[in-house]
Design a protein around this ligand. Structure first.
Ligand SMILES: Nc1ncnc2c1ncn2[C@@H]1O[C@H](COP(=O)(O)OP(=O)(O)O)[C@@H](O)[C@H]1O
Ligand SMILES: [Mg+2]
Length: 264
């Protein structure tokens, strides 16, 4: 087992659509960078908006990995769009974060893009390259990883995230995101991922927090983020999440402290 530290903590963020996964990913990435860590993010949500949430004005011009057809073919040996071919199982990926990631004020972001899903898992070259990349960065001691994942739980079935240090499930006060969290926990257990923790987001009152804790008695609630007008405002102006101050900043620092305890 490798030595864990905040330095190279590998985090994946999931939860129901709209609960604040991308916001939390951006806040964590900014905070880790602010603390002096090297941070690499993968936006693995087909509806990619992590770069925009980090304040990248030119986010629409970022080419997602799945669109880099020549690269995919070169590395996997198979033309994108084909299935069932004999692609290399261990494509070279070590240069991809530096070459294809975009630097957003010190945080490096790679946009995965929408990988088509086929039946019981997609053995397409796009997916093979993405999996190889995620597996590579999960073992890279040189930087922290924040993986912003799609809504729901399907990706867990593919096992990509089974080696993260912690899977953070974002929930809001409300039944629907709780149901998703429970499904995610079951699927995480199925793939042997035990470090699952909840981050309660958009909490307005102590009753909101109590609701979430009561509804998820078997999952640790590692962080509680308040409803924060400045996050909504940042979304409207396109400035990106600030390196959080005030109550949100404190909540993020506290969450990082809890995470380093959890993974150590
Ligand atoms: N703690 C919060 N306070 C206020 N608004 C929030 C908070 N967290 C997220 N939001 C807002 O909720 C919306 C959805 O957040 P987002 O992070 O994109 O969700 P997801 O990635 O889960 O789909 C955004 O407009 C975001 O600004
Ligand atoms: Mg998102």
């Amino acid at each position: 087992m490798r030595e864990y530290g905040v330095d190279d903590m590998k985090l994946a963020v999931t939860g129901k659509g709209g609960v604040g996964k991308t916001t939390l990913s951006a806040l964590l990435a900014r905070a880790l960078h602010h603390q002096g860590h090297s941070v690499f993010c993968i936006d693995a949500d087909p509806d990619s908006n992590l770069a925009a949430t980090l304040g990248c004005a030119e986010w629409e011009r970022i080419r997602p990995l799945v669109d880099l057809k020549a690269l995919i073919e070169e590395r996997t040996g198979v033309k994108p769009g084909t299935t069932g071919g004999m692609f290399r199982l261990n494509p070279e990926v070590s240069d991809i974060p530096a070459s294809y990631g975009v630097d957003i004020d010190g945080v490096r972001v790679l946009v995965a893009g929408a990988v088509k899903k086929g039946g019981s898992g997609c053995y397409c070259p796009e997916n093979a390259l993405l999996h190889a990349l995620i597996s590579h960065v999960l073992l890279d001691p040189g930087s922290a990883l924040v993986l912003d994942m799609e809504a729901g739980v399907e990706h867990l079935g593919r096992g990509t995230v089974s080696n993260v240090d912690a899977l953070l499930v974002v929930v809001n006060p409300g039944r629907r995101s709780i149901e998703t969290a429970l499904r995610i926990r079951r699927m995480a257990a199925d793939i042997g991922l035990e470090q699952v923790a909840v981050v309660a987001n958009r909490v307005r009152t102590p009753a909101d927090e109590a609701f979430i804790r009561d509804a998820l008695p078997n999952l640790p609630v590692l962080g509680v983020l308040p409803e924060d007008e400045t996050l909504l405002a940042a979304d409207c102006t396109g400035q990106g999440v600030p390196t959080a101050e005030g109550a949100t900043g404190q909540a993020i620092s506290a969450l990082l402290t809890e995470l380093s305890r959890l993974v150590n």
